[in-house]
Design a protein around this ligand. Sequence first.
Ligand SMILES: Cc1cc2nc3c(=O)[nH]c(=O)nc-3n(C[C@H](O)[C@H](O)[C@H](O)COP(=O)(O)OP(=O)(O)OC[C@H]3O[C@@H](n4cnc5c(N)ncnc54)[C@H](O)[C@@H]3O)c2cc1C
Length: 263
Amino acid sequence: MTDLSNVLVPTSADEAAAAFGDGAGITVLAGGTLLMPRLALGRLQTERTLYLGKAGLDGIERADGTVTIGAMTPVSALIDGAPEPLATFARHVADYEIRGQATLGGNLCAAPGSTTPTGDLQAPLLALDALVRSVGTGGERTESVDDFLATGPDGRLVLAIEIDAPKRAAAAAVRRPHAHAYSVLAVAVAETANGVRVAILGAGPRALRATSVEQALAGGTAAKDAAAKVLDDVEPQDDALASAWYRRQVLPGLVERALEELR
Ligand SMILES: Cc1cc2nc3c(=O)[nH]c(=O)nc-3n(C[C@H](O)[C@H](O)[C@H](O)COP(=O)(O)OP(=O)(O)OC[C@H]3O[C@@H](n4cnc5c(N)ncnc54)[C@H](O)[C@@H]3O)c2cc1C
């Protein structure tokens, strides 16, 4: 491992885990598309930075129906390599340059945005019932993405994401016609071994599950009526992209569209 005083550059996953320890005083640097602007503008000071670019944490592997995606896999590699609806969400992240630099792990660990929704890929990971493999205090653990997002990434170094390919999947989104604009609202749907899962991006600080919709579908409710229940699950807010009112008007129809496109 290269140790440049306050920048650590591990050359394997084991070195990265050892250097991360319990995460105290460590700032993880992946693609840097979120972190570097904050550092450059002096909005973030770091004690020690752990740069993951040479730790061998990238790549997509398939075995027995499970897709394992390294945390450092660029978003661009997900477009052709990840299961739906993750691939479609990856295609809509920012622009060509950002997608080539940004990583899956960085997107999963992106802090909730204050002015726009952020971490678009969290929604398809929730819909796909993905598992997150990480290290930190207590060693390595694998947990559901729901649990990982509930507690937040603090103190954890994400190594990989594991996904069982879904039976069917769909995505629907309201975006703005500008390459650098985040999605206003997006819906990810996947039929997993445990039924249909629905996740929403843009109606809260982080992506979240629409469990009322899922329960209605499981009970045999038609897509349109089940989709209307999404407003029981979310509390849309005003932000720089859209008002809470607009989001409440649009979201049920967007969920219905995604459910109808499930294939
Ligand atoms: C112009 C522009 C447009 C953008 N548009 C979009 C968009 O449309 N949709 C979208 O979702 N995002 C967008 N982003 C945000 C960003 O590009 C993505 O969220 C990206 O996936 C972040 O990944 P990264 O590797 O660059 O993360 P970094 O900036 O390196 O890190 C982000 C955060 O995650 C932490 N982190 C990174 N990797 C790990 C890990 N393995 N374990 C633990 N913590 C980790 C870092 O410590 C940091 O807190 C945009 C950014 C820019 C600059």
